[in-house]
Design a protein around this ligand. Sequence first.
Ligand SMILES: [Ca+2]
Length: 237
Amino acid sequence: MLNLKTSIASPLLFAALAAGLLSSAGAATSNGFANGGFETANSAANPGGGVTYFAQGWLAAPTGNPALWSTDAHSGSHAALLTNPNGFGGSTLFQNSIDHGGLPALDAANIGSIPTLSFWAKGDVSETGNVLFSLRYLGANGDILGTSGNQFFQNLLSTSSWSEIKYQAGAIPAGTVALMLEMNTAVGPLLSNRQNAVLIDDINLSVMTAAVPEPQTYALMLAGLGLIGAAARRRRA
Ligand SMILES: [Ca+2]
């Protein structure tokens, strides 16, 4: 049996394994949602066409109370505002990582990697409301291949200061080409003089590319294996 402790091949082999582990960390692609700080206005080149764009690339639900472009910001000069000022309503924003986002279509290199979503939020949902986000994995035909489910975050909100909210999603399933984000607040009657209003800013979606050993890693591994083979042959001889 090969004794790795004394084999001349072991330092090279371990170096190759270490290089492989390092390269398997992958590279982050960020930001997956362009204009996640809501700093860029909707433009004439990006008209609504039946859909409400409240900031460049960001869609508001056409029903209920559309998401708004607010000057109360965590960074820069604008943020998104979800609000139902009269109660009994919903307000929703959407983003798709391809059509309006910052990522090319995801492919096999992304399958199995873990997306991370982070954003900053401030506000209140009133006593009868809630606010949530949902990440969905979309296939090439727009079919939903997986979802984070509804992630409620009203308990993390403050009316006076911004809170950072971070979420590590499930592994990207095979066939996924895009991630879609939905954020929504809904409320019944407004109680205790509490408004339903949630500000969102600095949305960042980070998608790690999956492990792909680089050519020099393969070369090191082959060199290490060759030396092990040579050592083993010497020992047998
Ligand atoms: Ca901003």
